[in-house]
Design a protein around this ligand. Structure first.
Ligand SMILES: [Zn+2]
Ligand SMILES: [Zn+2]
Length: 167
């Protein structure tokens, strides 16, 4: 994802990029293509770039271990200054470009911000019931026998009590 800036006029410019996740080395969780909608605003001394990234990911659910597909959408802003980077300045979101730069390459930022957008908690859906701790059955697909046995035990205990009371 490269934007040529050598003959770019001051003002707003719009781009749309589509690139395979493999080409960006994002293939651990992501599949298909990364789409980047880019809005770039250029002035004499700086370029402000706003990017919206959309990707498709395959995650493994933290609760039930099943794979699910999710659309990951994230945004980032990058300000490019022309000139040499001051030693003490290493803030995120600012990139210094050599004065004779004729292009900016978005690949590293697109990669970094896509990775940052991976959720800490991955759930196939919010109310995922997870797996039975006893038999490992996926409880989203229905009850397992373990829970029935527990219910049965409870009933039999109650019946025993009833019998005792009756006698
Ligand atoms: Zn799940
Ligand atoms: Zn079970």
């Amino acid at each position: 994802m490269i934007i040529k800036i050598s003959n770019l006029s001051d003002g707003a410019h719009y781009y749309n990029f589509e690139e395979s996740v493999n080409d960006l080395a994002l293939n651990e969780f992501f599949v298909g293509n990364v789409n980047a909608e880019v809005e770039l605003s250029k002035s004499r001394s700086q370029i402000v770039l706003n990017a919206k990234l959309s990707l498709k990911a395959i995650f493994e659910c933290d609760r039930c271990n099943s794979e699910f597909e999710e659309n990951v959408v994230t945004q980032y802003k990058m300000v490019y200054f022309f000139g040499v980077e001051p030693k003490e300045d290493s803030s995120m979101g600012i990139t210094y470009l050599p004065l004779d730069s004729d292009k900016i390459n978005l690949d590293n930022d697109v990669k970094d911000f896509s990775l940052l957008a991976i959720p800490m908690k991955k759930l196939c859906y919010e109310d995922c019931k997870g797996l039975c701790v006893k038999c490992g059955k996926n409880l989203n697909e229905g009850f397992c026998n373990c829970s029935q046995i527990e219910v049965d035990n409870r009933w039999s205990a109650l019946n025993e009590l009833k019998n005792k009371l009756n006698n």
